[in-house]
Design a protein around this ligand. Structure first.
Ligand code: IMP
Length: 179
C-alpha cells in the first residue's frame, strides 16, 4: 500500500510560500485587474488562499479541468481540456493561470495553448510547486512557490487517486516496494 510517509511542507511553510507569491504578483500587476484561472482539481485550496492574499483586484475566477492522470503516479498520454471557460470571457484581460504543481509540463502546456486562443492581454503562470527535473514539455513558470525534486506529494489540494486533497500539510508519498 502506498501511503503518505512524512510531512514535506507544513501548513505554516505553505502559508509563507503563498504570502511571498502574492507579494511578487502584486508587485508586477499593481492595480491592474486580474483574471485567475485555476487548473482543477488540485488548485482549489491554493487558489482560494492565493486569491485572498492578493492586493491586486481579482476581476474573475474561473476554472479549467484537464484529464491526464488516473490512479497512477505517471502521466497517461496527452491531456485533454474537459471543462473550459466561456468564449471571450478573458479576451483582452490580464490572466494568471494557477496550478498546484507543474510536473512534465504537458497539462500546463495544453492549458496555456487553450487559453491563448481566447485572446488574453497577457498570460502568466503561477504554480505552488515545480518539478523541473520531470519536464518533458517546455514550460516555464513565472511565479514558483517552491522547486522540488522528483517526489510525489499529496495534501493541500494534491491527490493520490483522489485522496488526501483535504490534508492541510503537504506530504511525500514513497512508492511501494516490491519485496
Ligand atoms: P503534468 O502534466 O505532468 O505537468 O502534470 C500536472 C498535473 O499532474 C498536476 O496538475 C497534478 O494534478 C498532477 N501531479 C503531478 N505531480 C504530482 C504530485 O507529486 N502529486 C500529485 N499530483 C501531481
Amino acid at each position: 500500500m502506498t501511503e503518505p510517509s512524512r510531512i514535506y511542507l507544513s501548513r505554516e511553510d505553505i502559508a509563507g510560500l503563498v504570502a511571498r507569491l502574492a507579494g511578487e504578483i502584486d508587485g508586477n500587476y499593481r492595480d491592474r485587474p486580474l483574471a485567475l484561472i485555476g487548473v482543477l482539481r488540485g488548485c482549489f485550496v491554493f487558489l482560494a488562499d492565493l486569491a485572498r492574499q492578493l492586493q491586486a483586484p481579482v476581476r474573475r475566477v474561473d476554472f479549467v479541468r484537464v484529464e491526464s492522470y488516473g490512479a497512477k503516479m505517471v502521466s497517461t498520454g496527452s491531456p485533454r481540456i474537459v471543462q473550459g471557460i466561456p468564449r471571450e470571457s478573458i479576451t483582452g484581460q490580464d490572466v494568471l493561470v494557477v496550478e498546484d504543481i507543474v510536473d512534465t509540463g504537458a497539462t500546463t502546456a495544453a492549458v496555456l495553448r487553450y487559453l491563448r486562443r481566447h485572446g488574453p492581454a497577457s498570460l502568466s503562470l503561477c504554480a505552488l510547486l515545480d518539478k523541473p527535473s520531470r519536464r518533458q514539455v517546455d514550460v516555464s513558470v513565472d511565479y514558483v512557490g517552491m522547486t522540488i525534486p522528483d517526489h510525489f506529494v499529496v495534501g493541500y489540494g494534491l491527490d493520490f487517486d483522489q485522496r488526501y486533497r483535504d490534508w492541510p500539510d503537504i506530504w511525500v508519498v514513497e512508492p511501494a516496494h516490491e519485496d
